[in-house]
Design a protein around this ligand. Structure first.
Ligand code: HEC
Length: 152
């Protein structure tokens, strides 16, 4: 009797584990690998929709694309610690950055936006030591650009 019960429990466990794996696979197929990597590696700080956490994490939403209009901005997005020090491969970083830019900030992207390539990530992936200073400088450039020119 006891053995029968254990057998049933074991079968139920195997069944539900298999089902869980199937669900996870289906989900991973439906969402892109880049989105999945965003959820696993970035969303903890940058939230599901890329919104800001005031005084802690800046918004990616309707903001991140602006960096591509100023000198050094493109490299900054690679070198910022959240990106450069993540556990992702260079190929995955390129995918996540392109996904973030295209999903959270399409309106701010330059008209001639060229997606990141793995090779570009490899070339620039050195973490910034002075992230705050570099960021402030870029933000100042973005502000000047915003008041003087219309985003292309
Ligand atoms: C531990 C929290 C944390 C995690 C995890 C994190 N970030 Fe960030 N991210 C930040 C903070 C804080 C900033 C602002 C710059 C700084 O101080 O590093 C930032 C800035 C950025 C920026 C530049 C935007 C700006 O306005 O400065 C990009 C791009 C970025 N993160 C991408 C990513 C990506 C991609 C991932 C996942 C692979 C990630 N981040 C994971 C906290 C995080």
């Amino acid at each position: 009797m006891q053995n029968l019960m254990y057998g049933q429990i074991t079968r139920a466990l195997i069944g539900s584990t298999a089902l869980l794996f199937i669900c996870m696979t289906v989900q991973a197929d439906e969402m892109s690998t880049a989105q999945f990597n965003y959820i696993m590696h970035c969303q903890g700080c940058h939230l599901a929709d890329g919104a800001a956490t005031p005084d802690k994490v800046p918004a990616l939403k309707q903001e991140i694309g602006r960096f591509l209009h100023v000198e050094g901005g493109r490299e900054f997005l690679i070198r910022v610690p959240g990106t450069s020090q993540s556990a992702l491969t260079d190929e995955q970083v390129a995918g996540v950055l392109n996904w973030i830019l295209e999903n959270f900030s399409p309106g701010e992207l330059p008209a001639d936006f060229i997606p990141y390539t793995t090779e570009e990530i490899t070339r620039h992936r050195q973490p910034l030591a002075n992230v705050t200073a570099v960021r402030m400088d870029l933000m100042a450039q973005i502000e000047i650009m915003g008041t003087n020119t219309v985003l292309e």
